[in-house]
Design a protein around this ligand. Structure first.
Ligand code: NDP
Length: 419
């Protein structure tokens, strides 16, 4: 019996909200609040009559802590689910702290303005100390740990698919299959085809920032950074087939390296088609991925934000995307003194997602775990005080809910390993 405040109303939020409405035992009431209220109202009208969850909507600028505090004080939710953008993580956390309300998100903090001098000084220090140059990292949110603890509230960070389910798979593997996990390879394969020469499956700005960044992996207690897309492997994915995949920096590597004792190496690979890579390189070469504003006809324009306006809205890709995703983790390690390897993965069909909730599989695979994380926090099945990443909780109830809410998983023994 809980009241949830959802912030953001894009592709991921659409799925998370559909799923909350399927779980109306937990979410008896829900408020959808975002920058563009019309989107919230539209979603509300689509869902009304199909769920017993009582839905309200609100307009909020999630960059503004005072507006958020007012909304939280008025609505009095049990928890706040942040499915806006990583840019808003800290303002929403700050508001939750002021109102003493639990917080859940799907992506770690990243600043919108990477030219901001104050942020840049901290970032450059971190690059030197930690050895990776991605714009996003957990330090900003982990810095809230003591404050959340003192306030007696919980922040659950990274409750999407990757990060999210991949970290839950890791906790589950450690609990049930290994004494020590030595290596983790996270493989994110999207075998879907939307028919456009170039489009991104989630927010273009966040997506292009992520994939154009330097690659990195964790090995023997430190980061190893490599040129973007310079490590390539081919893998034969169940129900998808052979795909090229590339090593990327990814945020769950940072928290898993901290929380999985004895792990020697963690890598993240994502599949990309040649057309995507060629377009991205070309856009990068001409400066379209830049986050630095340029003056055009007397108006300041941020190239990557302008590009976002030209690209298809990821929330509209569902109808035209066919094929499947296969996302999971290959673990190697030791059990009872013997070497062992397993692969835990989920296969998700784009068209089935569209038929169920009107979205493609990338939003679906993120929105379902966002709802599950919020439900476990709201029901107090996952409880705690402070800031935590998802692998720090008991994976079993989450794994059960994945099966129940549309993301069934498979455990394969002795899989083909990635060299
Ligand atoms: P979208 O761009 O589709 O949606 C973002 C939503 O946030 C929009 O409704 C937008 O409003 C709203 N928003 C943006 N800024 C503000 C603001 N200042 N105040 C209020 N609302 C705001 O993104 P996605 O749904 O694709 O992604 C949502 C989140 O999910 C992102 O953080 C992304 O990184 C994360 N993600 C995580 C994954 C995982 O597996 N962990 C995978 C994919 C995504 P408006 O409608 O006005 O634009």
């Amino acid at each position: 019996m809980s009241r949830l405040l959802v912030i953001g109303c894009g592709g991921v939020a659409g799925v998370a909200i559909h799923k909350c409405c399927q779980n109306s035992e937990t979410f008896t009431e829900l408020c959808i609040a975002s920058r563009t209220k019309e989107k919230c109202d539209k979603l509300k009208s689509e869902l009304e009559g199909k769920t017993s969850t009582v839905i309200t909507t609100a307009k909020v600028d999630a960059d503004n802590v005072e507006e958020l505090v007012k909304l939280i004080e008025d609505y009095k939710p049990a928890a706040v689910l942040n499915v806006a953008l990583p840019y808003q993580d800290l303002t929403i956390m700050e508001a939750c702290l002021k109102c003493k309300v639990d917080y859940i998100d799907t992506a770690n903090y990243e600043p919108e303005d990477t030219d901001d001098a104050e942020w840049r000084a901290i970032y450059e220090k971190r690059c030197k100390e930690k050895g990776f140059t991605a714009y996003f990292d957990y330090s900003w949110q982990w810095a809230y740990h003591e404050k959340f603890k003192e306030a007696g509230i919980l922040a659950l960070c990274g409750s999407g698919f990757d990060p999210g389910v991949t970290s839950v798979f890791t906790a589950y593997a450690l609990k049930h299959y290994f004494d020590v996990i030595e290596t983790i390879d996270i493989l994110d394969c999207n075998g879907g085809d939307h028919g456009y020469p170039f489009a991104t499956n989630f927010n273009p700005e966040i997506n292009l920032r992520e994939v154009s960044a330097m690659g990195s992996y964790w090995e023997d207690g430190h980061w190893v950074e490599v040129e973007p897309m310079s490590i390539k492997r081919e893998y034969d994915f169940a129900q998808v087939g052979k795909k090229d995949m590339y090593l990327l920096h990814h945020e769950e590597i940072e928290s898993l390296a901290k929380n999985i004792p004895g792990v020697k190496r963690i890598r993240f690979f994502m599949t990309f088609g040649q057309s995507y890579l060629t377009h991205m390189k070309c856009l990068e070469n001409v400066g379209m991925l830049s986050t630095t504003p340029v003056n055009f006809n007397g108006q300041e324009i941020v190239p990557i934000q302008f590009l976002k306006e030209l690209l298809p809205d990821p929330a509209t890709l569902g109808e035209r995307t066919v094929g499947k995703t296969n996302i999971g983790c290959i673990f190697t390690g030791i059990k009872d003194g013997k070497k062992k390897s397993i692969y835990i993965y989920n296969v998700c069909d784009h068209q089935e997602c569209y038929r169920e909730v009107g979205s493609q599989a990338i939003s679906y695979t993120t929105g379902v775990p966002a709802m599950i994380g919020a439900a476990l926090v709201a029901d107090k099945k996952w409880d705690g005080e402070g800031v935590f990443t998802i692998e720090e909780f008991d994976p079993d109830p989450f794994m059960d809910m994945l099966n129940k809410y549309g993301l069934p998983w498979v455990v394969e023994e002795n899989p083909v390993l990635v060299d």
